[in-house]
Every structure is written in structure tokens, then in C-alpha cells.
Design a protein around this ligand. Structure first.
Ligand SMILES: Nc1ncnc2c1ncn2[C@@H]1O[C@H](COP(=O)(O)OP(=O)(O)OP(=O)(O)O)[C@@H](O)[C@H]1O
Length: 585
């Protein structure tokens, strides 16, 4: 579990900037909410004042005027009822602002992550990113709720009560004012002592989650190795530790916080009554004592609430700062424009690239791929095949050299057009827990006829039709219901459904059986002349029929030609790789 750092001033600035940013369109709601909460606090503060008037002018002089008493009691009731109604509507208003702001923020963070360059994901840790979009934005919601509700609302109540007390008797008010630093000190000690238990409980909760997800993900291995009992014991142990930490937290709460604050409350009450006793002879009215006792009861809880929030505020500020840092992550400017890939002829000129500019991976690479051709990319592990594919897919930008398609520089295609005109079949087919249809369409608006044509072209239509609900069959998480080969064919159908001009395959046949591989070979050969196919393959039979096979070696093109030509090169890299594979099979 990630331990929360103490917020730095920069964090606080970032958090506030984020709060203002996400609530920008609803500023008027915040102002109106604040204004009406002040009105509610004033109305609430008026209650004890009216009570005081009732005691001093009616009860003590025993002057019972039904009209006046009726008006007074009615006033107290009305002020309380209106304050309640205002508080309810305004808190609902502010809750709405908080929820909507967080919804906007979450959408923005997710949208931002989707557009970040691939280089970002090389360093990003998936779990942390997910946590940014879910947990951290949730924490930001707490920040809104705490700042807007608890702190704003309670501060107004406390200020209203103190203003009323000062108006009644400023000396007595000063006595009550000592409550503020006392509560702050008690809560500070409380948080210091409870923090280790709170943090231990969180750590254990996160361990429970981790153990659960690990067990579910690894269920086949877990059951096959008969490890249920061991896992169960491990779970019980962590769960027990979690309980222990929670009990320790409760203990501090039960022993320190409430009793101490109640004690302070009683002491203050005694002090107020005593001072009242001293000054009673100088004419202080009993009604004032009543009002003070009422206010005392009203300020303690809000003060505790406000002070308690500061601990949580700290975590929320750190979370908000993390979300803000992610939002500040640079993303490339969206390219717009009319250019589309019409033919799919690829030209690579003196391409030089390294993930780190000091370590060159591709050295001045040049290659011409005619439209509609089938090109294979082969080479040893680490020779730069996937890197070249990533550059062709615009995932990274080369340090020097050019890539153009149909004579147009790669960077000039709009994002939408480029992604629509190229298709990618990755090594891992990545299927969604959705129906076959949704997996092929991937959110694109593809007509049923085109979708099925793509499935036919990928030679997966027949087995899809054998599934119990055909294209509507749900595939389970990660396409769990299909074999690896079937998943790969669906991934090819998905790529073809967009009717790409260029199709990239990144070791799409690495994990499939020979029969499925032959289907893929057939599908690729059928595309010849219509779609430019660039396929990385470890399994050389997949690209044996290619028009041209490019052999990469340490980021250089070592050999180039069709299968027969490459096999004819004495001691050639391709020939060696091919013969080796033949021996293995
Ligand atoms: N995201 C990355 N960040 C930094 N270096 C990387 C990254 N991806 C690959 N590399 C490095 O670039 C070099 C070429 O890797 P690449 O994946 O392009 O090789 P490959 O020929 O596709 O290998 P394989 O056949 O094993 O997939 C390797 O040295 C690798 O360590």
C-alpha cells in the first residue's frame, strides 16, 4: 500500500487548483450555497437568543402575555424549521456540485490517460494508474465533501454561535473561546496516537484485497496445487490482523476523544456558570446563561468535526495533487486534417530511433513497401522489430528520419483517420468481457454485413456461428471461453472490420497451433493486393509466402527479399533461423 506523504505547499496548491478547475462551471452554486448556509447559521444562532428573551422577559418577571409567548415560541420554531430546510437544500446543492465535479474530473482523467503517448505507459505502473482514476478521484470527492460540507458548514455554525455569544457577553465568550485551542490539541493528540492503527488497518485492508485478487487470478494454479487451505489460513491471519488494528483504533477513539472532549465541555460549563455566579450580582441575566449553555452544546461537535477533517484532508490533498500531476502529463496535440491513407504505400527514410536518445535501437533504417504488398519482419530477439512497428503506428516519434504513407508524412494524418485506416493484431489479442460482436466492432459503428465479412476474411465466422448465441455469445473475461487461436482470429477480424489500408501483425501466430496458423496464412494471402500487410513473425512459416521478408539485426536491415532469395544467401541470418526452426519442428 502506498503511504500518504505529508502534503507539501505545492500539493496544497495543486489540490486547490484542481478543486477550482473541476467546479469552475458551478461556481455560482458554491457562492449561493455558502450564502444560504450563513443565513441558516444566523437563524440557528437566533434560537438561544429568543430563548434568552423568553426567560428574561417572561419567565423570571412572571409576566405571561400569551400573544408574546406565542410569538416567541413560534419564532423559535420557525427559525429552526427554516434553518433546517435551508441546510438540507444547500447541502443537497453542494453535494450535487461535489458529485458532478468528481464525475467531470474522472472523465477528464480517463480521457487524458487514453490520449497519453505510449512512452508514458512504458514507465507507468498499471495499478497506480487505475488507482489514480478510481481511488484518487474518490478521495478528491472527499475533499469537496469535507471542504464544502463539514468545514464550510461547521465553520459558519461556530462563527455564528461565537458572534452571538460575543454580542451577549464578550467576557463569557472569551471563556468559551478557550475551547477552540483545547479541541485542536486533543484532536491532534488523538490523531497522533490513532494514526499508526489507522495506517495499519489500511495496510491490512489492502493486503486482503491483494490476496483476494491474486487468488482469483491464479485460481487454476491454486486449485491444481491444492493450496486452498494455505491460502485460507493466510487470509484468516491477515483478516485477524485487520481486526486487531481496527480495535486499536476504536480504543484510542473510545478512551481519548469523546471522554476528553466531554470532560472539557463539563469544565467549561462549570466555568461559565461560575463566572455567571460572580457577575449575577452585577445584573447578568439568567437568559444569558441559558443562551451560553445552548451555544456551548452547539460549538463542541462542529469544532471536533472541523478538526477531525484536517487529518483526512491531508490524504485528500495528496490524492488531488497526484491526479493533478497526471493531468499535467504532456500529451501530443491532436492532429486534424483531411489526409487519409488511400493506397497504403509505406516509405521509411534514414530512420533513427532510441527509447532513450543515447541508446540507438534503429540505425538509419530505409525501406520501401509498395501498396498492397505483404511484408514480413524477422530477426533475433531485441533486433528492433516491435520498435519499428511502434514507430509505424505513431506510438513514438523517431529522433531523425522520415516515415511517409502514400507520400504524406506520417505526422500529418489526423488521429481519427490514421487509426481508422490502419489495423493492428497484437501478440496478445486482448478480448473484452463482452459479446463476439462487441469484440469485433470495438465501439465502432460497423454494419452487420461488414462485421461478418471481416469475420469471414479472418476465417472465424464458422466457429462463431457454432457458439450457442453466434455473434451475441458473451466471451467472458479476456475471452476466457475461446482457445488462444480463436482469440487471435477474432483479433484479426477486429482489425479487418475497420477496412484498413495497412494491417500490422505483431507476432500474431506466436502462440497458436499449426492448423490455426495456416488459417492466418490463408487470410493474409487473401488480403494481398488490397491491404498492405506488415507482419512480425517469429514463426517463419507465417511469412514464408510474403512478397518480401526484411531481416533486422541490431537495428539494421541485414537482408531483404522473398523466401527463396533469402534462403539462397550463403550463411544468411534468415537461412539460419529458418533451418533452425525446421530442425525444432
Ligand atoms: N518501451 C521500451 N523502452 C525502452 N527500451 C525498449 C522498449 N521496448 C523495447 N526496448 C528495447 O529496444 C530493443 C528492441 O526491442 P524490440 O522489442 O523492438 O525487439 P524485437 O525485435 O521486437 O524483439 P522480440 O522479438 O523479442 O519482440 C531491445 O533492446 C529492448 O530492450
Amino acid at each position: 500500500m502506498q503511504t500518504e506523504a505529508t502534503p507539501q505547499p505545492r500539493n496544497t496548491r495543486q489540490a486547490i487548483a484542481l478543486l477550482l478547475h473541476a467546479a469552475r462551471s458551478e461556481k455560482h452554486h458554491v457562492w449561493k450555497g455558502g450564502f444560504w448556509l450563513i443565513v441558516a447559521a444566523l437563524l440557528e444562532a437566533a434560537g438561544p437568543l429568543l430563548g434568552k428573551y423568553f426567560i428574561d422577559h417572561t419567565l423570571i418577571p412572571r409576566r405571561f402575555d400569551p400573544m408574546e409567548v406565542g410569538l416567541l415560541l413560534g419564532g423559535i420554531l420557525l427559525a429552526g424549521a427554516i434553518a433546517c430546510a435551508i441546510r438540507y437544500t444547500q447541502l443537497a446543492r453542494l453535494a450535487g456540485v461535489a458529485m458532478r465535479s468528481v464525475r467531470r474530473l474522472r472523465e477528464e482523467v480517463y480521457g487524458h490517460v487514453l490520449r497519453l503517448p505510449m512512452a508514458f505507459f512504458d514507465k507507468a505502473i498499471t495499478g497506480q494508474l487505475v488507482s489514480r482514476v478510481t481511488n484518487d478521484t474518490e478521495q478528491v470527492k472527499n475533499l469537496y465533501v469535507q471542504v464544502l460540507f463539514v468545514i464550510l458548514d461547521n465553520s459558519i455554525v461556530v462563527l455564528g454561535a461565537f458572534a452571538a455569544m460575543a454580542w451577549l457577553d464578550w467576557r463569557l465568550m472569551l471563556i468559551v473561546l478557550t475551547l477552540v485551542p483545547t479541541v485542536v490539541v486533543i484532536v491532534w493528540f488523538y490523531q497522533r496516537w490513532s494514526a499508526p492503527a489507522v495506517s495499519r488497518a489500511r495496510q491490512k485492508r489492502s493486503d486482503i484485497n491483494a490476496l483476494m485478487s491474486e487468488s482469483i487470478a491464479g485460481m487454476p494454479v491454486l486449485q491444481a496445487s491444492n493450496a486452498q487451505v494455505r491460502f485460507r489460513q493466510r487470509f484468516d491471519r491477515i483478516n485477524q490482523q485487520h481486526l486487531g488494528a481496527r480495535i486499536a483504533e476504536m480504543r484510542v477513539n473510545a478512551w481519548l476523544l469523546r471522554p476528553m472532549l466531554d470532560l472539557i465541555n463539563v469544565l467549561l460549563l462549570v466555568a461559565v456558570i461560575y463566572s455567571f455566579g460572580l457577575s449575577a450580582f452585577s445584573g447578568l441575566q439568567i437568559g444569558v446563561l441559558y443562551a451560553f449553555v445552548s451555544y456551548l452544546g452547539r460549538v463542541v461537535d462542529p469544532l471536533i468535526q472541523i478538526t477531525l477533517q484536517f487529518g483526512q484532508l491531508q490524504q485528500a490533498i495528496v490524492a488531488a495533487a497526484r491526479v493533478d500531476t497526471l493531468l499535467q502529463e504532456h500529451r501530443p496535440m491532436a492532429v486534424t486534417g483531411p489526409e487519409r491513407i488511400s493506397q497504403g504505400a509505406v516509405s521509411i527514410q534514414r530512420l533513427r530511433f532510441g527509447y532513450n536518445p543515447d541508446t540507438v535501437i534503429l540505425h538509419d533504417l530505409s525501406l520501401q513497401i509498395p501498396a498492397g504488398a505483404f511484408y514480413g519482419l524477422v530477426g533475433h530477439t531485441g533486433s528492433g522489430k516491435s520498435t519499428l512497428l511502434s514507430l509505424l503506428l505513431r506510438f513514438y516519434q523517431a529522433q531523425s528520419g522520415d516515415i511517409s504513407i502514400d507520400g504524406i508524412p506520417l505526422a500529418q494524418f489526423s488521429d481519427a483517420h490514421f487509426r481508422a485506416d490502419v489495423g493492428l493484431v497484437p501478440q496478445d489479442p486482448f478480448l473484452l468481457a463482452a459479446s463476439v460482436r462487441e469484440n469485433i466492432a470495438m465501439g465502432r459503428d460497423i454494419a452487420e454485413h461488414d462485421l461478418q465479412s471481416a469475420a469471414r476474411a479472418a476465417h472465424c465466422h464458422d466457429f462463431i456461428m457454432q457458439l450457442e448465441q453466434g455473434y451475441d455469445t458473451l466471451l467472458g473475461e479476456g475471452g476466457a471461453r475461446l482457445s488462444v487461436g480463436q482469440k487471435q482470429l477474432i483479433a484479426i477480424a477486429r482489425a479487418l472490420a475497420g477496412q484498413p489500408r495497412i494491417l500490422f501483425l505483431d507476432e500474431a501466430t506466436a502462440h497458436i497451433d499449426s492448423e490455426t496458423e495456416q488459417i492466418v496464412q490463408l487470410a493474409l494471402t487473401e488480403l494481398r493486393g488490397r491491404v498492405t500487410v506488415i507482419a512480425i513473425a517469429h514463426r517463419l512459416s507465417t511469412i514464408r509466402a510474403a512478397d518480401c521478408i526484411v531481416v533486422l539485426n541490431h537495428g539494421h536491415i541485414q537482408e531483404q527479399g522473398n523466401h527463396e532469395a533469402l534462403m539462397a544467401i550463403p550463411q544468411g541470418v534468415y537461412q539460419r533461423l529458418y533451418l533452425l526452426q525446421q530442425l525444432e519442428s
